[in-house]
Structure formats: C-alpha cells, structure tokens
Design a protein around this ligand. Structure first.
Ligand SMILES: *Cc1c(COP(=O)(O)O)cnc(C)c1O
Length: 452
C-alpha cells in the first residue's frame, strides 16, 4: 500500500501477516468469476480475508509540526492572550473556509454552545435539529435548557429532511440546527428559506464537514453561524478544539466575548468596560493552534483524495444488489467524507442481518460500523425532561406531546437499522485498496447463504 503523502507511516498491524504474493492472489475483480477469495470461503467462516494489511492509523503529522509545539512550550505563552498562534489560526481558518471571521474554541461542543447563546437560543426555546448526528448536537441544545425538536431524516442523503421542518415549528422555535453529518451537506437552500420565512436563525453543525461544499460555498458559511470540531478523530485534529465561523462582525465580536468570560471584544470594547456580558472560558490554547496550523496544510489534498476514492467506491458499490449508496442533497457539490456511508438492504442478502454483515465485512479486513442508533430512546431525553428546569420551563402537555413526537421518526429509525459506515482514513489509501472494500462486500454477497 502506497502512503507517499505521509512522512509517518503507521499502519494497524494485523496479526495474520501474509506475503505480498498471497495478497495479490486474493485481490479479485468485482463480479469476478475465478474469485479465489470466494473459493477460500468467508473470513468469518475461517477463510482467507480479502485484506490483511490494515489501514492508515489516524491522526498523522509530520516532523515539521514538532518545532512549533516545542517553541510554544519553551515560551511559556500557552494561553491565547499571551501568544499569537490562536489569532493566526483564526485568520487562516477563516480564509480556508471562506468566512469573514473564525473564532477558535476549546471544542466543537463549546463552538455550538457559543453560537446558540449568541444567536439567542434561551431557556424554554425549541431548536429544530437533525436526529441523525453525534450526541453533542443534542447535548448543546439541552445545555441551553431548550428542547431539541427532531425533524425526520432523509434516508437518501442522511441529513435533515427539509420537508419535515415546517410542521415542527411552534411559537417557541428560535433556531434550526442542521448537521452536515458524515460530511454530507444538508439541503441549505430549503433550510435557509424556511428560516427566513419564520424569522429563525440557522446554526450549521459542520463538525464533520471541513471543505464540504454547497453551491460553490463551504459548509459553515451558509447559515448565520457555522461550527467545527478539531477533536482527535476529525480531519483537522488537535486532540480537542473547535471553531465558530461567521460573516457578521457584531455577532462574531459577541461570540469572542462569550468564549472569553464575557470580556468586551472588537466593536463592543468601545461601548463597554468590565464584564458586561455573560460568558465562560471556552478558549483554545496556543499548542492546539500550532498543531492546527500544520494540520490545515494537508487538509485540502486529503479531502481531494477522499473525494476521488469515494466517487470510485460509489461507482462500484452501486452495482452490488442491496447496497444503496448515499445521495447528495439538492445543491450539494461535495461531501467531506468524515464517514463513507451506504445503506444495507438485507432482503437482497436473503435476510442476512446487518450486524452479521458488519461482522463478516470486518473479518475480511474492512473495518466498518453501523453508525448512530436511535439515541433519543437511550434515556437522555427522559433524564432532561424530568429535570427541575424542564419541568419548570415547559408545560406537562408540551412534554407529553414531545415524548410522542420522539416515537414518530420512522425514516431515522430505519436509517439507524440499515446504515453502514466506512472510516475516513480508509479513503486516504490507493485505488487498489478501494477494490479490497468492493471485493469484500461482493464476496459476502456471493456467499451470503453460508451465514444464514
Ligand atoms: C465531533 C462532533 C461534535 C462535537 O465536537 P467536539 O469537538 O467533540 O466537542 C458536534 N457535532 C458533530 C456532528 C460532531 O461530529
């Protein structure tokens, strides 16, 4: 496997090491007749896996990133007000995304909390949100003591179904929080039109969507504010970290104040002294910023590589019965591919359960996941709704109706049963590595009866 783009070559070591010759002999064409891997049987049943040489380990960094980190360490200027690196990163990230401003934060979660607070999402409000997302998107709404009102998911695009939003709007709705989940842009034209019509703000959860594009613009620049994460697993990682992006100076000044204990910032500095706003400490450290500055250098090339491999996978996987590749929402130009998703229709696999399919695929050397479950049934919502604050803020009638609404997300429920994810690091490999993925799925399809 060629990984020439990276100076650090760390691969997941596979216990069953085999020779290159064996590897080549197991690489078979899609729908190939003389399929040796097929002949050897499914790996889950003791046969030879399609792939044994692992995948790139994430994150990756290069030696050039080491000196700036040490230099921050030696300076003692670790906090943003004593250094220049966070400021430098903010400028660079704003350019990178095509936003007027960026504010660096401690995490994606704190970026979202900052955006919600500054755009006026308050206790007792309702926020329309996609149910198909990382749990942080639910949490930030709950942490504002607002109600996350889920609009069902469009199974084809994995994103919020814009046709399900308007019916969820009440007199308490203040914001729509679409998520560009897995890197797939949400249908922002329709979402923004609904927001304008009902006088709502739009906050994009772009925490998985660095360089994803919608009508020629980057995700995170399409709503009132965009929010990003730089957590360890993300495409531009620094362990923890986040950003709010926006084009309105007054709003961005308030975001800065909020993330810095409410100290006045920018234009607001001329009007106020002391601590005139509520706020908290949601600041990024100088170390994080120097890591991000170096990670950003590679991000565009990585994104292009993922796109190229994803388009190749699309073209091959859609030929396999029962594998439904994702669709981009209207207006979306490209995904960031934080995950590469497809839907698994078990009927085409003679009823083979998705969990068995996932186990079989993993056994073939292709790591995969079933993705998010129906998290609104995990207990979090009840815990919040039964808390003192929610009991005080919302009528019993509203909370009872809300509980019923949670039972009526059929498309999202189905998606959580059928989704399959492949991971972003796999898309940084070469085309022949993508063939391993295709061949493994094809092999399971051809041998499905062995697993039933
Ligand atoms: C990662 C992520 C977040 C939260 O980011 P953190 O940096 O982990 O706080 C929010 N939303 C989505 C969709 C994410 O993937």
């Amino acid at each position: 496997m060629k990984m020439k783009n990276f100076t650090r070559r760390k691969f997941i070591v596979n216990t069953s090491a085999v020779t290159a010759g064996t590897l080549l002999s197991t690489r078979v064409p899609v729908f190939g007749a003389s399929n040796k891997a097929t002949v050897s049987g499914l790996a889950l049943k003791g046969g030879t896996p399609v792939r044994t040489n692992g995948w790139l380990e994430w994150p990756v960094w290069d030696a050039e990133a080491e000196e700036p980190v040490l230099s921050v360490l030696r300076s003692g200027d670790w906090y943003r007000a004593r250094g220049t690196k966070v400021d430098e990163f903010e400028k660079a990230y704003a350019d990178f995304i095509g936003a007027r401003r960026a504010l660096a934060t401690a995490s994606g979660t704190t970026a979202l909390e900052t955006a919600l607070h500054v755009l006026g999402v308050d206790a007792g409000d309702e926020v329309i949100v996609s149910p198909y997302t990382f749990i942080a998107t639910y949490n930030v709404v709950l942490n504002q003591k607002a109600l996350p009102v889920f609009a069902d998911t469009d199974q084809e695009t994995f994103t919020i179904n814009p046709h399900k939003i308007e019916e969820k709007i009440t007199e308490h709705t203040t914001a729509i929080l679409p998520v560009h989940i897995l890197g797939l842009p949400a249908d922002m034209n329709r979402i923004n039109a609904i927001a304008r019509k009902h006088d709502l703000v739009v906050i994009e959860d772009a925490c998985q969507a660095w360089l994803a594009e919608y009508e020629g613009k980057k995700c995170g620049t399409l709503g009132d504010l965009g929010c990003f994460s730089f957590q360890n697993s993300k495409h531009i990682p620094s362990g923890e970290g986040g950003a709010v992006t926006g084009n309105d100076d007054n709003i961005m000044d308030l975001c800065h104040s909020y993330h810095n204990c409410g100290r006045p910032y920018g234009k607001s500095r001329n009007e106020f002294t002391g601590y005139p706003f509520r706020g908290g400490n949601k600041r990024m450290m100088e170390y994080q910023a120097v890591i991000l500055i170096s990670q950003m250098k590679r991000a565009k090339k990585d994104a292009d590589k993922r796109l190229e491999n994803a388009l190749y996978l699309d073209s091959k996987l859609k030929e396999i019965p029962g594998i439904i590749t994702y669709k981009l929402a209207d207006g979306a130009d490209r995904s960031a591919y934080h995950l590469y998703p497809f839907r698994y229709k078990k009927d085409y696999f003679d009823g083979l359960p998705r969990d068995t399919f996932l186990k079989a695929l993993s056994a073939e050397g292709i790591p995969c996941s079933g993705g998010y479950g129906p998290q609104y049934h995990d207990g979090l919502m009840e815990e919040a709704l039964n808390s003192k604050g929610y009991q005080r803020l919302f009528s019993k009638q509203r909370l009872d109706a809300y509980r019923e609404e949670l039972k009526n997300l059929p498309d999202n429920d189905q998606l959580t049963r059928e989704a399959v994810w492949l991971f972003q690091n796999m898309l940084l490999a070469e085309r022949e590595d993508m063939d391993d993925i295709v061949n493994a799925i094809q092999k399971i399809y051809e041998n499905r009866k062995q697993l039933i």
